[in-house]
Ligand binder design. Structure first.
Ligand code: URA
Length: 203
């Protein structure tokens, strides 16, 4: 399948610092510009072959300027460890770089405004495996009508990259430690880790 987000013909790939500077001064979404404290660009780990894609910064990320530093981030770290991965080995980006007020769901126009930033981040990070966390990130890759519950649990080929769609850590928090979202998020992170290891073995 060819995902709209991974089509980058003719797109100049800037360096990460150049891109971060451009993203940080973005003014495409007036409501988000008016309410944000910081633009949360994301984290690129030079040697990382895994990119996690979340939805948008929350309150703590907006304060600190880094992705997944709140409760969801702590759970994510724990589940990554459970899959044999460490956050320091993983690149992280969000569909939106600015916090939607009161953590509301991103509007389609905001996702469209922000689309080229994540497209460029993907080109730059060039990960072997992408994990889409939650419905917004899954929709970014597969289209708005896509259903996470149908897509999760197996790898997809998205324009030459391996993509794993899974639950967002906030769903895992909402349903609690014994809830299905947490169990399935852990299983999908383990799948991503196995796919990374497999890629290494094949290389
Ligand atoms: N939720 C996200 O999707 N991304 C973050 O960076 C934080 C919370």
């Amino acid at each position: 399948m060819t995902a709209p987000g991974l089509q980058t013909p003719g797109v100049h790939t800037p360096s990460w610092p150049e891109l971060a500077t451009a993203i940080s001064s973005c003014t495409r979404c007036p409501e988000l510009v008016a309410t944000r404290q910081r633009v949360v660009v994301g984290q690129l780990r030079q040697q990382s072959r895994l990119l996690l894609v979340g939805e948008a910064p929350g309150a703590q990320e907006d304060e600190v300027g880094e992705p997944f530093v709140g409760r969801g981030g702590q759970l994510l770290d724990e589940l990554l460890e459970g899959a044999g991965l460490h956050r320091s080995q993983v690149s992280v980006a969000n569909v939106l770089k600015c916090r939607p007020p009161a953590n509301r769901t991103p509007k389609p126009a905001e996702v469209a405004n922000c689309r080229s930033w994540l497209t460029q981040q993907l080109a730059l990070a060039d990960p072997a495996v992408v994990v889409a966390l939650g419905a917004t990130a899954t929709g970014w890759f597969f289209g708005r009508g896509s259903r996470l519950t149908e897509l999760r649990g197996r790898p997809h080929d998205v324009d030459g990259r391996v993509l794993v769609a899974t639950y967002h850590p906030s769903a895992a928090l909402r349903f609690g430690p014994k809830g299905e979202p947490r169990r399935l998020l852990q299983a999908d992170l383990e799948l991503a880790a196995a796919l990374l290891a497999q890629g290494r073995a094949d290389a």
